[in-house]
Structure formats: structure tokens, C-alpha cells
Write a protein that binds this ligand. Structure first.
Ligand SMILES: NC(=O)c1ccc[n+]([C@@H]2O[C@H](COP(=O)([O-])OP(=O)(O)OC[C@H]3O[C@@H](n4cnc5c(N)ncnc54)[C@H](OP(=O)(O)O)[C@@H]3O)[C@@H](O)[C@H]2O)c1
Length: 234
């Protein structure tokens, strides 16, 4: 365990690939119980097999954009490990997003997963955290939460929303013992960014680089709230 890590259990959404999988691995390395949430059953089974030596991993199938499913996932996590101390809201979608292209079903998905799914996750854990005066909510935002890229207008709108939610939540939770960290990656090598244009000779971030930022944020002394971390390729 890291020196100041005072949490036992984390629930990570979108844990079956990319950044979420790297966060799952890093938190297991820190000695935490990790509840890994994803939608795709095969990917969940693959995650279980990959970490089968880890008795602290518990896998749950749930769609974050369905409020009852994420509430049920949190209840199962509490039954398994006693409490959820850290929620990592990582599940996300970057779909076709130019407003003029009018791909409204992609817009609905991005709003449902990136904004509503994140809020449902917060709602499912925050009451118990406030009662215990201990907990940490980590929202995986994006550099798209700071600047709008023309081909990604709607995706950027969802990530601006994530940042607004993180800032508002941090204010609402000030002095409650519950901390909020908004972590904003630039381009990371994952399936989500596979088709995004990027400079030929510039190295993208690796998922573990974002997992390290999460580990840093949650292992500070309890009087320290790391609100925003932005990590970009150099
Ligand atoms: N990659 C980048 O360059 C980059 C940059 C900035 C920010 N981000 C953010 O980082 C986060 C993770 O992205 P990634 O690059 O790791 O993408 P990824 O490899 O595509 O992984 C996305 C994960 O989210 C899960 N997921 C999607 N919709 C879900 C839902 N409704 N319910 C539950 N799980 C769901 C997927 O699981 P299933 O397949 O099982 O549904 C998958 O595990 C996202 O929020 C993304 O916006 C990524």
C-alpha cells in the first residue's frame, strides 16, 4: 500500500479495456479491492482470466447509462467488500460528433454514457461516502473538456459537462471528507482513439500513464484534494 492510501475498495467503470483496464491493474497493485464494471460479457470474462491470481478483483456486468444497473453494481460491491471508497467514472464513448452530420443516435449514446452514466455513478455512491466522511470520486474527463475540436463538437460538449460536474461536486462536497479529482488525458493509445488523427512521429500516452495519475490523486494525505490533473503527450 502507498503511504497515504486510506481506501480499501474502488469501483472502476469501463474497466474492460484501455484506460479503465490499466486503472484496474494499478489499483490492484496498490493492494485495493477492485470492482470492475463493463458491458461486454466476453471482455469481462477475459479480464477475469487475465487477473485470475487476484482474489481482490470482482467483476460486474452493468451499463452505466442504466441507473438501476449501476445502483445494483454498487450494492453488489458493498456486499462483496463492505463499501465503495473510490469511484472511478471512466466509461466513455467518442462517437461521430460533428453537429452538421446529425448522427443523433451517437449524440444520445455520448450524453447517456459520458454525462448521465457518470452522474448515476456519483448518485449511487455519494450518500454513503458523506455518511462515512470518507471517499473519493475520480472522473476521467479529457483535454476535450478544455478545448473544442471541430470534428468532435458533441464529444467535447460531454467532456466540458464532465469538468463542470467535477467542479460543482468538489464545491458541494468541500469539508465533507469526500474528495473529487477530474483527470483529463490527451491522446492515449486505446481503441477509442484508434481512428483519431495524430502527428506521425509523436508518441501517444499509454493507458498506464493515466492509471498513475489516478494512483497519485487517491494516495495524498486526507487534507489534500487533487482537483484537476491534465496529462498530455510531450
Ligand atoms: N483514449 C484517449 O485518447 C482518451 C483521451 C481523453 C479521454 N479519454 C476518456 O477515457 C475514458 C476511457 O476511454 P478509453 O480510451 O480507455 O476507451 P476504450 O478502450 O474504448 O474503453 C471504453 C470502456 O468503456 C466501457 N463502456 C462504454 N460504454 C459503457 C457503458 N454504457 N457502460 C459500461 N461500460 C461502458 C467499455 O466497456 P464495454 O466494451 O464492455 O462496454 C470499455 O471498457 C473515456 O471516458 C474517454 O472519453 C480517452
Amino acid at each position: 500500500m502507498e503511504k497515504h492510501l486510506e481506501y480499501n475498495t474502488a469501483l472502476v467503470t469501463g474497466a474492460t479495456s484501455g484506460i479503465g483496464k490499466a486503472i484496474t491493474k494499478r489499483l490492484l497493485q496498490l493492494g485495493m479491492n477492485v470492482v470492475a464494471v463493463g458491458r461486454n460479457e466476453e471482455k469481462l470474462e477475459a479480464l477475469k482470466s487475465e487477473f485470475d491470481h487476484h482474489t481482490k478483483l470482482f467483476v460486474i456486468q452493468a451499463n452505466v447509462s442504466k441507473q438501476q444497473e449501476i445502483e445494483s453494481a454498487v450494492k453488489q460491491a458493498e456486499t462483496q467488500f463492505g463499501s465503495v471508497d473510490v469511484l472511478v467514472n471512466n466509461a466513455g464513448k467518442m462517437g461521430s460528433s460533428r453537429i452538421l452530420e446529425g448522427e443523433t443516435s451517437d449524440w444520445d449514446d455520448m450524453i447517456d454514457i459520458n454525462i448521465k452514466g457518470l452522474l448515476y455513478g456519483v448518485d449511487a455512491v455519494v450518500g454513503a461516502m458523506v455518511n462515512k466522511q470518507k471517499g473519493h470520486i475520480v472522473n476521467i474527463c479529457s483535454d476535450s473538456g478544455f478545448e473544442v475540436i471541430e470534428r468532435l463538437s458533441v464529444y467535447c460538449a460531454t467532456k466540458f459537462s464532465v469538468r463542470a460536474i467535477s467542479i460543482g461536486l468538489e464545491k458541494e462536497l468541500a469539508n465533507t471528507g469526500v474528495r473529487v479529482s477530474n483527470i483529463s488525458p490527451g491522446m492515449v493509445e486505446t481503441g477509442l482513439s484508434a481512428n483519431s488523427p495524430f502527428e506521425e512521429n509523436r508518441k501517444k500516452l499509454e493507458p498506464k500513464d493515466i492509471a498513475n495519475a489516478v494512483a497519485y490523486a487517491i494516495s495524498q494525505p486526507s487534507y489534500v484534494n487533487v482537483n484537476e490533473i491534465t496529462v498530455r503527450p510531450s
